[in-house]
Design a protein around this ligand. Structure first.
Ligand code: FAD
Length: 528
């Protein structure tokens, strides 16, 4: 419904932003929807302008904040928490109602200190399985290497987490609100105007169909795979060389084994045909998340074959067909119950350009996503939010004198880390390289490579952000199988690398979360 411009408060964006800065939160709440109407004028359709104003309020509210964050995943919640802690007025807009399910359940040890700083580590400990390492195995289970983080990390932070993302993300989102961010769920951002350069205007739509206009000084795009800004500006592009899709679910009633009973992540190499792999992570004492990743061309081909053969649920049939190719998974799933419908994440690899500007920054998957093989996504997202939030804080408090050196520095580190992970991923998919399953297998490792093996442990833990040269020897080792074989005769005594174990007692892995686990099982049984 159009409203005559003369009846509206005609404050400019800049005025609205600056004018609101001195108001406290309760005053701000009153400002929401505060349009000024000069008089009650009968309108053509019989409604007075006062009535129209009420309707207009329903249709379009207005808020003013320092920072607007799109998305309440780990990246958005972290940025919102850190900026609100610095007394910036933060509005976080999240499309979904939390908890909502999400892929990405295995966290790297380097997350630990960040979660501790965010103030959520105790809650996370009470809710989720602990993860002491990762085990890579070949399809038949004959060759394997177990990478235990305590090999290189000597304090409590070696023990990471296997989380249920719906609950994990909810903990982080509530933490953002607790730290002072205004959080609006079921509110989708539909437009973001960045043209002013020193402020932003964001339009959102809530579940009741109400439109709101939000003015801010800075926009953080943490919209995940939607990559809101990148998509709007046409700068989100698929990475053709990593065109892969994942199909996954959760299973209960599983007897954990092969290292899962100690909290280990299991990654299984599949054949060259699929150019893919399987993940199995324990997310409860009898519960796993498992998924299958393959090249799109393979999946399309299999989908066609299954459909022609009469499959009415190709996603389910395909995922089971591929999971059951592995002897390890076959044994695991015997007598189990699927707890979620099959979920699919297609074409997940893409890059986005122009990661930041004078009034916006992209964090987490909104900045780009490469491949999940090393479980690096959540750590990269949270760490990026740390670096970028510090730069935003500096910009908001000291202003922009030409360029933001802090922001440039932050994104140099972030880009360096993503490039480093990309290099690890290319190596993983290189069919000529030594695999992470072979690297520590008997007869393949040598004392001379002890420091390289330690580097491998650090890489799997999340040491992505600085001094990448220290990992060069390890890269060379895996890239060149001949170099590896030269040392086969001189075997080091490292049987631990081949055991499906990091010697983590049950109490350490499940002890703190077992009550929550029982609650989840009871809730599932009641709903079944
Ligand atoms: C197959 C697969 C397996 C993975 N496994 C792992 C793993 O084991 N470990 C790991 O660390 N990472 C893993 N990842 C990566 C991980 O899932 C992501 O890196 C991580 O979730 C990114 O967090 P984020 O906050 O950037 O985005 P998200 O967690 O996706 O959050 C983005 C949020 O933005 C909201 N949103 C989107 N658009 C709008 C809008 N217009 N308005 C309002 N809200 C909006 C969404 O609803 C969502 O809640 C995996 C990824 C894939 C594809």
């Amino acid at each position: 419904m159009p409203v005559p411009p003369s009846t509206l408060d005609t404050m400019s964006t800049r005025d609205a932003t600056d004018g609101a800065r001195s108001l406290d939160r309760s005053q701000l709440a009153c400002r929401v929807g505060a349009y000024r109407v000069s008089r009650a004028v009968p309108a053509e359709d019989g409604a007075t302008w006062n009535q129209r104003e009420t309707l207009q309020r329903i249709m379009e509210q207005e808020t003013s904040h320092d920072v607007i964050v799109i998305g309440g995943g780990p990246a958005g919640s972290t940025a919102a928490t850190l900026l609100a802690r610095q007394n910036h007025r933060v509005l976080l807009l999240e499309r979904e109602k939390f908890p909502r399910e999400h892929v990405g359940e295995s966290l790297l040890p380097f997350c630990y200190v960040l979660l501790k700083d965010l103030g959520v580590v105790d809650q996370i400990t009470k809710n989720f399985v602990r993860k002491p390492g990762v085990r890579f195995i070949d399809r038949d289970g004959n060759i394997s290497t177990t990478w235990c983080f305590d090999h290189v990390i000597k304090d409590e932070t070696y023990l990471s987490f296997q989380v249920i993302r719906g609950e994990f993300d909810h903990i982080l989102l509530k933490n953002a609100a607790k730290n002072g961010a205004e959080v609006r769920e079921e509110t989708r951002v539909i437009e973001a105007d960045l043209s002013a350069g020193d402020s932003v205007t964001v339009t959102s739509l809530d579940s009741a169909g109400r439109k709101s206009v939000h003015r801010g000084r800075f926009l953080v795009d943490a919209s995940g795979r939607d990559a809101f800004i990148g998509t709007k500006h046409g700068s989100r592009k698929a990475r053709e060389e990593l065109d892969r899709t994942a199909i996954w679910s959760h299973w209960g009633n599983v007897k954990l084994q092969g290292g899962l009973e100690e909290g280990l992540s299991i990654i299984i190499y599949m054949g060259l045909e699929q150019k893919g792999w399987i993940w199995v992570f324990p997310i409860g004492e009898n519960r796993i998340t498992a998924g299958f990743v393959a090249q799109n061309s393979y999946l399309r081909d299999q989908q066609r074959k299954l459909t022609q053969a009469g499959s009415t649920d190709w996603k389910y049939d395909l995922c089971m067909q591929e999971l059951l190719r592995s002897k390890f998974v076959r044994e695991l799933l015997e007598g189990s119950k699927m707890l979620l419908p099959m979920l699919i994440n297609g074409n997940y690899s893409y890059e986005v350009k122009n990661h930041y500007g004078s009034n916006y920054a992209m964090v987490g998957d909104a900045r780009g996503f490469i491949d999940p093989i090393f479980s690096s996504g959540v750590f990269l997202s949270i760490k990026t939010s740390y670096l970028v939030s510090a730069a935003i804080h500096k910009q908001l408090t000291e202003g922009l004198n030409g360029s933001n050196v802090e922001m440039e520095k932050a994104y140099r580190l972030v880009t360096g880390a993503y490039n480093f992970v990309h290099r690890m991923i290319r190596l993983f998919y290189n069919p000529h390289a030594v695999t992470w399953a072979q690297a520590g297998a008997d007869g393949l490792a040598h004392k001379a490579h002890e420091s390289a093996m330690a580097a491998g442990h650090y890489m799997l833990s999340g040491d992505f952000f600085e001094n990448y040269e220290k990992f060069d020897d390890f890269f060379k080792l895996l890239e060149d199988p001949k170099q590896f074989r030269r040392y086969q005769k001189v075997v080091i005594d490292r049987p631990d690398l081949n055991q499906p174990s990091c010697h983590s007692p049950w109490q350490v892995v499940f002890g703190d979360m077992i009550e929550r686990d029982a609650e989840r099982n009871a809730a599932f049984a009641a709903s079944a």
